[in-house]
Structures are given as structure tokens and as C-alpha cells.
Design a protein around this ligand. Structure first.
Ligand code: HEM
Length: 184
């Protein structure tokens, strides 16, 4: 059940249809990405602040929100550069971002609408700046990949913790889940 980030990334690229042309287009627009990233961070955190549960998480600790702005800007720009051309560095970084969110108990109910907000705001900004639909499509695909990393980390960490604590096999664990789901 353990994820190997680089092969997971390759699987996701195929699954969402991220192409070489998408990567070329993203890299060609990396400066634009960096330029708009602070505004995107503002939209993102004002969206999270409107939700009482997420607001409470954001304001734990003095420097958290400030640090988050910086890490969001970095994250946003990395979607355009691919860091090491969407290689191991990119994959490991996305996996780590997933683990950070699992550790602070931010689940699918938080992350999925948050990513939808990012895509919505990117769409508006692209329109204002007269950018092509192809760039919007490429960004939507890379956002879906990053979202899948965060979501998959949740599943992997929870399952690994149960297996470690109980000593169950993966087969038994899956059977118990299937039985449990049937009775719900
Ligand atoms: C589109 C989805 C999201 C993206 C792309 C994203 C991005 C990031 C990144 C890049 C980091 C830094 C990870 C690191 O330290 O290595 C981070 C941390 C964090 N994120 Fe998110 N995030 C998302 C959703 C959320 C949501 C929904 C919340 C809910 C409040 C949240 C709250 C946090 C918090 C509290 C941290 C840790 C900050 C700290 O104390 O260092 N994030 N996020």
C-alpha cells in the first residue's frame, strides 16, 4: 500500500492526461505564474478564513498564516516549473505536502473544495490577462495531480497506521473495510 512518489506521479500524469505540450506551456508561463501567485494566495486564504473550522486551524500558532502565504506562493510557482521537470524532486515534494496535511488532520472535505477554489481563481485571472484555454487546461490537470497526492497520503497514512498497530495483513484489512462498508 506504500506509495512510491515518482511512479505515483507518472501514473497520475497518464490518468489526468498531462502531456509534454502541457509541460512546455506551463514552463513558458512560469513568470506569469510567479507574478500572480501572491494574489492567488490572498484568494485562497480568504476562502479558508470564511470557514470557521479551517480558520481555527490557520490561526494555531503565531507565524502560521504568514508562513502559509509563502509556502503557497512557492507551491503555485512549482506547478509551472515542475521543479526538476516533474521528476523525483517534484514527486517527493508533493508527497511531503500531503503528509503535512494528514498530520494536521486536514481531510478531503477541506482540500477538495480548496483546490476547486484555486482552479476557479486561476480561471478568472487567466481571462483578465488574456491567456489561452490550453493553459487553463494544463493548470487544471496539474492541480488534479497535486490534489491526488494530498488525498492519497491520507489513505496511505491511515491504512499504514492501522496495519502497524494491529499487525493485520493488507488482505484482512481490505476485507474488513469491504464488510464494514456493506453494513453502513
Ligand atoms: C489546494 C489545497 C492546498 C494546497 C495546495 C496547500 C498547500 C500547502 C503547502 C505547500 C504547505 C507547506 C507544506 C510544508 O511545510 O512542507 C501547506 C501547509 C499547511 N496547510 Fe495547506 N494547502 C492546501 C489546503 C489546505 C487547507 C484546506 C487547509 C485548512 C486550513 C490548509 C492548511 C495548512 C496548514 C495549517 C499547513 C501547515 C502550516 C505550518 O504550520 O507550517 N491547507 N499547505
Amino acid at each position: 500500500m506504500t506509495v512510491e512518489p515518482q511512479s505515483f506521479l507518472l501514473t497520475l500524469e497518464k490518468r489526468v492526461g498531462l502531456t509534454e505540450q502541457d509541460k512546455v506551456l506551463l514552463k513558458a508561463n512560469a513568470d506569469w505564474g510567479l507574478k500572480v501567485s501572491p494574489a492567488m494566495a490572498d484568494h485562497f486564504y480568504s476562502y479558508l478564513e470564511r470557514d470557521p473550522e479551517m480558520k481555527a486551524i490557520l490561526h494555531t500558532g503565531e507565524q502560521r498564516i504568514h508562513r502559509l502565504h509563502e509556502t503557497f506562493v512557492q507551491w503555485f510557482h512549482e506547478m509551472f516549473t515542475g521543479m526538476d521537470d516533474w521528476g523525483t524532486v517534484y514527486a517527493e515534494r508533493r508527497w511531503k505536502i500531503g503528509l503535512v496535511h494528514v498530520r494536521i488532520n486536514i481531510g478531503p472535505q477541506h482540500v477538495v473544495p480548496a483546490m476547486a477554489t484555486v482552479i476557479h481563481e486561476i480561471g478568472k485571472q487567466l481571462e483578465v490577462d488574456g491567456k489561452d484555454q490550453a493553459l487553463k487546461d494544463a493548470l487544471s490537470r496539474i492541480c488534479m495531480i497535486d490534489l491526488a497526492f494530498i488525498e492519497q497520503a491520507y489513505v496511505e497514512v491511515s491504512s499504514a497506521a492501522v496495519l502497524r498497530e494491529t499487525g493485520w495483513t493488507e488482505g484482512l484489512f481490505r476485507r474488513l473495510i469491504a464488510t464494514g462498508a456493506k453494513s453502513m
